[in-house]
Design a binder for this molecule. Structure first.
Ligand SMILES: N[C@@H](CCC(=O)N[C@@H](CS)C(=O)NCC(=O)O)C(=O)O
Length: 259
């Protein structure tokens, strides 16, 4: 595993620093690693403490989640879209945002529905929290962990109940897009070359179907949490989407957890 440095050390440095959560193949963190990795941009790995107070991180970036990308003394970038534009600026090639307007619009919509607020990964997180948040008998540690995420990421029971269908709708739409692209003879989700969406999908598929243990040695707790999706989502996982994830990892990405 790469050497993580503390926020305090990172603050004193210049260049590119990315705050990540060690040991967890989190969809947002793996998405950022994928984008900066494909562009062959070197960066210092900075530690976020999952479930922690992260006071130094709040002082530096005005928020406590990972990933965050910081370039020299520019404002810290804590959302996927700011990170994507930063990576595209620092290393224009390979280009991950299509030039074509229609392609770009479609790609950005899918990326937002995948990674943005109330999107696919966000919905999975609500779905994961729901059983513990509605079970007063759950062990206190589990309740504390769930409540931490629930408060931070705007959990509401009514939205969590709709989360499986919301996530399944995204998967059906992405599978249809992949099918359309294949029919046109493209190996990619948008246009005829790799785009940010291919990378983001590969990184985020873990939240419904993690890579096998040999490729992604996550803890059993996280593996169970990520892969317990329920029947609605299960029915929407088109095997072609998983094949696409595997193709993108094989051709373009290093494995999660930096093996
Ligand atoms: N800020 C990111 C999302 C990042 C995010 O939600 N990260 C979560 C993943 S669960 C995280 O770092 N959780 C760990 C924690 O809050 O301690 C974006 O909007 O693109």
């Amino acid at each position: 595993m790469s050497n993580f440095i503390s926020v305090a050390e990172a603050r004193d440095m210049s260049g590119l620093r990315i705050v990540l959560t060690p040991g967890i193949p989190g969809p947002w963190s793996e998405s950022a690693k994928g984008i900066f990795g494909v562009k062959k941009l070197d960066y210092a790995w900075v530690e976020q403490v999952v479930g922690g107070e992260n006071l130094d991180l709040i002082d530096w970036t005005a928020q406590a989640t990972a990933p965050v990308a910081v370039w020299n003394d520019e404002p810290p970038r804590a959302t996927w879209i700011e990170q994507l534009y930063l990576a595209e600026r620092l290393a224009p090639e390979p280009k991950l945002i299509p030039d074509d307007f229609e392609d770009r619009m479609r790609m950005m919509s899918f990326c937002h529905e995948l990674l943005g607020e109330n999107g696919f990964v966000w919905s999975r997180r609500l779905q994961i929290l729901h059983p513990t948040m509605t079970n007063p008998e759950a062990p206190p540690e589990a309740q504390a962990f769930a409540t931490y995420f629930a408060d931070k990421y705007l959990y509401e029971a009514s939205r969590a109940e709709k989360a499986p269908e919301h996530a399944a709708g995204f998967l059906r739409s992405l599978a249809a897009q992949l099918g359309t692209q294949k029919a046109k003879g493209s190996k990619f989700l948008i246009g005829d070359q790799l785009s940010a969406l291919d990378i983001y999908w590969a990184a985020c598929a873990t939240i419904v179907q993690p890579l096998p243990h040999e490729q992604c040695p996550m803890t059993d707790d996280f593996r169970t949490m990520y892969s317990t999706v329920g029947p609605v989502i299960e029915a929407a996982i088109d095997p072609a989407l998983i094949e696409h994830r595997d193709f993108i990892y094989a051709e373009y990405l290093t494995l999660p957890l930096d093996l």
